[in-house]
Ligand binder design. Structure first.
Ligand code: TXA
Ligand code: MG
Length: 338
C-alpha cells in the first residue's frame, strides 16, 4: 500500500482523512500528546485493523477521541457530575476519562470491557479530522507496539509506511507523552500519569484522587491490571536503558566507570561535562521539556545504534511523574541509585 503524507495545513488533507476514516480505513493523525492511529471507533470491521497494523495485544482497549460533549453522551451509559467537571476544566486537552460504555461502542474497541476511555484532543487538526469523519475515532499511539510513541510525522512514517493509506503531518506534538488516564468508574483513580497531574484533577474535583502504584512500579505477579496497558512493556527502544539516580558529578563519575560504547540520556545542562556520547531529552528543571523530548530521544538513540543507555532520572513530581513512568517502562523498571 502506498502511504501518502499530507500537511495538516492543507484542507484537502483533512478532507481525505475524513473520507478514508468513513470508509473504514486507518489514518495516522496528530494530537497534542502523541500521533494517533485512528479508525472509526464504531466500526467493528475498521477497528481490528488497528490491532493488526500495530501488532497490539487484543485485550488492550483503545481510547476514543471526540470533538463534542454531544458525541461523548452517545458513548457512555452514564455521565456523572465529576466527569463533566473534569471535561469542563481540562478539555480539549490531554486527559482521558474512563466511564461505563454505551451499547454503541463495539466490544473490539473496548477490548471486551464494559467501560470506555474518551478524550477530546486540543490539536486543531485532530478536532478537524474528527469533524470531517463525523464519527468518534479510536486511536492508540501510531507506533508499532513496543516502539516509542511517535511525536513527529516522521516517526509514523518510520513505523507505518506501506501499512496505512495516509499520515497527516501536524508538526511536533506539544506535550510529547500520552494523555493522563483517569477512571471514574468507582472512586477517581489515575491509571496512567500525564501532563494533567493528579494534583490538578484533585483540585478540580475537590476530593482525593488515588494514583495507581503502576505509575512507578510494575504489576505484582498475581495482580489483575485495572488498565490492560499496564501489563505490557511499552515504549521500549532497542537499546537497553538503565535509569541512574544521582547528581551530575556523581552521574559523570559513574559514566566514566562504564563501557566506552555506553550512551547517556541527559539534561541539556549536563552536556558540556558529559564523558560519554549523549542525547539530551530536556532541561533539568522543566518536566514539560522532558515530556516533549523523551520519545524522540529514545528513537534517536536507536538510530545511533546505542546498545546500552544510562539515563539521568527525571524529577518525579507533577508532570515529572508522567515522564518518569514512561522512562521506567523504557528501562523495564531498572534503576540504579548512586
Ligand atoms: O494521548 C493519548 O492518550 C494517545 C493519543 C493518540 O490520544 N493515545 C494513547 O492510546 O495513548 P493507547 O491506546 O496507546 O493507550 C491507552 C491506554 C492503555 O494503557 C489502555 O490500557 C488504557 O489507556 N485504557 C483504554 N481504555 C481503557 C478502559 N476502558 N479501562 C482501563 N484502561 C483503559
Ligand atoms: Mg501506546
Amino acid at each position: 500500500m502506498e502511504t501518502k503524507v499530507l500537511s495538516a495545513a492543507l484542507p484537502e488533507g483533512i478532507e481525505l482523512a475524513g473520507q478514508l476514516l468513513r470508509q473504514g480505513e486507518l489514518v495516522a493523525i496528530p494530537t497534542e500528546t502523541v500521533y494517533g492511529l485512528a479508525a472509526n471507533a464504531l466500526d467493528p470491521i475498521a477497528v481490528p485493523k488497528i490491532f493488526a497494523v500495530k501488532g497490539r495485544p487484543q485485550d488492550n482497549p483503545l481510547i476514543v477521541h471526540i470533538s463534542s460533549i454531544e458525541m461523548w453522551k452517545t458513548l457512555v451509559s452514564k455521565l456523572p457530575e465529576d466527569a463533566l467537571t473534569l471535561a469542563k476544566e481540562f478539555w480539549p486537552g490531554p486527559l482521558t476519562i474512563i466511564l461505563p460504555k454505551s451499547e454503541l461502542v463495539p466490544a473490539v474497541t473496548s477490548a471486551g470491557l464494559d467501560t470506555v476511555g474518551v478524550r477530546m484532543p486540543s490539536h486543531k487538526a485532530a478536532l478537524a479530522i474528527i469533524e470531517a469523519a463525523g464519527v468518534p475515532l479510536a486511536g492508540p499511539s501510531a507506533n508499532l507496539s513496543g516502539s516509542p510513541s511517535p511525536t513527529e510525522a516522521a516517526h509514523c512514517v518510520e513505523d507505518l509506511s506501506g501499512k496505512i493509506p495516509l499520515i497527516i503531518d501536524g508538526g511536533s506534538c506539544e506535550v510529547g507523552i500520552e494523555s493522563t488516564v483517569v477512571s471514574l468508574v468507582e472512586q477517581p483513580i489515575v491509571l496512567r500519569p500525564g501532563a494533567i497531574t493528579p494534583q490538578q484533577i484533585s483540585a478540580a474535583l475537590g476530593k482525593e484522587v488515588a494514583v495507581s502504584h503502576t505509575a512507578t512500579s510494575p504489576l505484582d505477579h498475581d495482580e489483575a491490571p485495572q488498565s490492560p496497558g499496564m501489563k505490557y512493556r511499552h515504549y521500549s527502544p532497542k537499546a537497553k536503558v538503565i535509569i541512574v539516580e544521582g547528581e551530575r558529578a556523581a552521574f559523570n563519575r559513574f559514566l566514566e566507570s562504564t563501557d566506552s560504547d555506553a550512551y547517556a540520556l541527559i539534561f541539556a545542562e549536563d552536556a558540556s561535562s558529559c564523558p560519554r556520547p549523549y542525547v539530551v531529552y530536556g532541561t533539568e528543571e522543566d518536566s514539560l521539556s522532558q515530556a516533549k523530548g523523551l520519545f524522540g530521544s529514545l528513537r534517536l538513540l536507536d538510530a545511533l545504534g546505542a546498545r546500552i543507555v544510562y539515563a539521568r532520572k527525571p524529577d518525579q513530581s507533577g508532570v515529572g511523574l508522567g515522564v518518569y513512568n514512561r522512562m521506567l517502562r523504557a528501562a523495564g523498571f531498572e534503576v540504579i541509585s548512586l
